[in-house]
Design a protein. Structure first.
Length: 344
């Protein structure tokens, strides 16, 4: 669901309000990814294409549990000799709505990469992802092999009908390391106009007030919260962090959302994760001056479709509305909220 993250959180977890309160816990799949947690220094080689010369790189990596261990959040800086290092932020976790482990990355080169993870054996983690690159379809396979001291890493790639080649390989070893704040755009990578349009529309600090309605709820419930939306990596990525007001039998929810423009597909991608372990990865488009997103998933055991509309006014985000269909139920409006820009 592509929308401000607070509404993403509420829309995904609201059905719990009609049930007995029960604190969700990370799944075994999510906990298995905690092997990534730690701080590391790394080195290795990279190749631009099959047969190309090796380029040496050095790296710093810091990975921490996110939202009480439902996810792992990794920050990576790779130094290739360019004036600006490559910076990447990745979330790893379990997506129960699609029954899969995943990793999703944004970087100072723009775009978003989403992969599906699996354990090949007890020490080897593998991710497969497809993406469009300069109009061509690219397939990538990343492999982590864990040791007592860290892990080895290899990324293999094939573009359209080309042969597979090892694009990146190296080793990471445990070390005391700290990651600086989000870096600038990668050298020579200009922010696309469509991404800047999104940054201008959504950036800021907001107070949200509204109500939600879900099947099984006797009446709509008032909701509220605060959200901060800011551009990072020189504007290539938009990050949203939100915290709801306490809600009856639901407590306080927190969420993290990333938005990035996909020039090859002509729409935005969003990744949302929250403090209940919910995940959303979905496309978003401009329609008649508003931001519209549609996502399907399994929610509370039922196939569910959600359509959301972010209302944009003269000075940016002003409101939000969501409609949902679950199982064989008729469509219903699940949220109607207003946003007010505030100074923080």
């Amino acid at each position: 669901m592509n929308r401000p993250v607070l509404l993403s959180v509420l829309c995904l977890v609201a059905p719990l309000a009609a049930q007995e309160p029960q604190a969700p816990q990370p799944t075994e799949q999510a906990k298995s990814l905690h092997r990534l947690v730690g701080s590391y220094t790394g080195s290795g080689v990279a190749r631009a294409a099959k047969g190309a010369a090796d380029e040496k790189w050095e790296a710093t990596l810091v990975a921490r549990p996110l939202f009480e261990g439902f996810f792992v959040h990794e920050e990576l800086e790779v130094r290739l000799g360019a004036p600006t290092p490559m910076r990447m932020s990745t979330v790893y976790g379990w997506d129960g709505g699609h029954d899969r482990m995943f990793n999703a990355s944004v970087s100072n080169m723009g775009g978003m990469i989403f992969g599906e993870l699996t354990w090949a054996d007890e020490d080897t983690l593998v991710s497969m992802a497809t993406a469009k690159y300069m109009g061509q379809l690219a397939i990538g396979r990343a492999t982590w092999h864990f040791t007592d001291d860290g892990f080895t890493y290899r990324h293999e790639k094939a573009v359209t009908g080309g042969e597979w080649f090892t694009e990146v390989e190296g080793e990471f070893h445990k070390a005391e390391a700290r990651m600086p704040a989000y870096g600038p755009a990668f050298v020579g990578m200009e922010v696309p106009a469509e991404q800047q349009k999104l940054v201008d529309a959504l950036s800021g600090n907001f107070r949200l007030e509204g109500e939600m309605t879900m099947p099984g709820m006797p009446e709509s419930m008032k909701i509220g919260g605060n959200e901060r939306v800011r551009a990072v990596y020189g504007g290539h990525v938009l990050i949203s962090q939100a915290r709801s007001d306490p809600m009856p039998e639901m407590g306080v929810w927190q969420g993290l959302n990333a938005f990035a423009w996909d020039p090859d597909r002509g729409h935005y991608w969003s990744l949302m994760v929250d403090s209940t372990g919910e995940v959303s990865h979905a496309p978003m488009w401009w329609v008649d001056g508003q931001l519209v997103s549609v996502e399907s998933r399994v929610s509370m055991g039922l196939p569910t479709v959600n359509r959301t509309v972010i209302e944009i006014g003269e000075h940016g985000m002003t409101g939000f509305e969501a409609h949902s269909i679950s199982g064989t139920d008729a469509p219903y409006r699940s949220f109607k909220c207003s946003y007010e820009r505030v100074q923080r």
